[in-house]
Design a protein around this ligand. Sequence first.
Ligand code: FE2
Length: 180
Amino acid sequence: MRSSVEKVFGRVQHALGFGRTSTPPNDAGAVQTVQIELYGRAGDPVHQTRDNTPVVFHFGFAACLPVGTDVVVTTFSGDSSNGAIVASNHAKSRPTNLTPGQAVFYDQKGTRMLLSNDDNASVTAAGTLTLAVPTVLIDGQLLVTGNVTAGSGGASVELLDHTHARSGGTGSGGPPNPGS
Ligand SMILES: [Fe+2]
């Protein structure tokens, strides 16, 4: 018969599990859930498949785990059928070679928000950065390498391609020449 100490030790040993997600999560309910392949001890093959494992995030942060994400699973009272994913790592999309002090917010396709620990920050995306807010305040210069359009989607005016009415004459003139 196992002693109480042995029982407690056994439960502590099984307090954490390691696995990998095997399906896209269900992100519709009160908590995200996902199917995982839960591994046994080091070197063991797949121990079991577990459906509907909750994924617990910190408040203010949400993500949808890609299939194949490595996960750390807590188990309650040593019961491997009852637990939650508390940490995750997707090896293929994880930004690498960061330097100490840097932080990155990223997705699977490579869009990144980098806090580079040198007084700079950057957003890198192949598509569009949308700011869905009533007002944008920039406490500094705005430098734009491309065109600037006011009234986009309606009666718009482009900074590099618009005309001015001639004063004291007829017709219209072009926009100011850059650098003049
Ligand atoms: Fe103008």
